[in-house]
Design a protein around this ligand. Structure first.
Ligand code: HPA
Length: 270
């Protein structure tokens, strides 16, 4: 808690900015930042107590500014469990953003599609998630100042924002799905048997992020909204060829403008 407060204090002193919404941009999905009228920007390495992002395709910057007149703080690049961070490190920035004043958290991720109706480049509005990480950011002594011991997860993703997002997509002719995201540690992609298992369990997309962040956010009472950009399709048969990291990045880049539009229009409604 001391570290969270110290980091929030550092950023408050440097920026005197009270953001309303936090935004986390996934692999190859950082384009939204171009629409932000940037007031302050920090390399993660400049921020006390922040872990440093290591994976390719993640820029590692915390950006404060106005998005269509709304005050936002955006993480360009996130901290993944598979990079070796602890769950506490993964969710540290979310806790700092909450201390800075955000009430809403918007998350995007690149994900594999498990639903047979999905195509590469499609968007999936996340309506729920399954935690398949071998860990939970709330494990250990509860920080009462942040939230309750046993947080409710019945509406992890805001139904109101999901309805608004669907309307925005429809009005703008953007094809979308809604579905369940399953998060697991990575860094390996799934074997065909694992993809099949996730599908049978009721998931529509799979990736290596978002779940810990939403758990920490809901613990603190933040309203969450998330989109998966489908960058590859699950390989269900042993004979099929899998996906390369390059393909994931390319597909993310192509779908990114549609996702950005939905985030922008949604944030305007706050
Ligand atoms: N599995 C896990 N994470 C991912 C995938 C996937 O197929 N695609 C993009 N991130």
């Amino acid at each position: 808690m001391e570290r969270i407060k110290a980091t929030a204090e550092f950023l408050r002193k440097k920026t005197a900015f009270t953001p309303d919404a936090g935004i986390i941009l996934g692999s190859g999905l950082g384009g939204l930042v171009k629409s932000i009228d940037v007031k302050y920007s920090f390399d993660y390495s400049e921020i006390p107590n922040f872990p440093v992002s290591t994976v390719e395709g993640h820029d590692g910057r915390l950006i404060f500014g106005f998005l269509d007149g709304k005050k936002v703080v955006a993480m360009q690049g996130r901290f993944h469990y598979y990079e070796g961070y602890t769950m506490l490190q993964v969710v540290f920035p979310i806790r700092v953003m909450k201390m800075l004043g955000i009430t809403h958290l918007f998350l995007s991720n690149a994900a594999g599609g498990l639903n047979s109706s999905f195509k590469v480049g499609d968007l999936m509005i996340i309506k729920d998630h399954i935690n398949m990480f071998p860990d939970n950011p709330l494990k250990g002594k509860n920080i009462e100042e942040l939230g309750t011991r046993f947080p409710e997860m019945g509406e992890a993703y805001s139904r109101d924002l999901i309805e608004k997002a669907k309307n925005i997509a429809e009005q703008n002719g953007i094809k979308y799905h809604t579905g369940v995201y399953v998060g697991s540690s990575g860094p390996t992609l799934e074997t065909p048997a694992e993809y099949r298992m996730f599908h049978i369990l009721g998931a529509d997309s799979t990736g290596m992020s978002t779940v810990p962040e939403v758990i920490a956010a809901r613990h603190m009472g933040l309203t969450c909204f998330g989109i998966s950009v489908i960058t590859n399709l699950a390989v269900f048969d042993e004979g099929e060829v899998g996906t390369s990291h390059d393909e994931v990045q390319n597909a993310a880049g192509e779908a990114e403008p549609k996702m950005t539009l939905i985030f922008r229009e949604l944030i305007k409604t706050l």
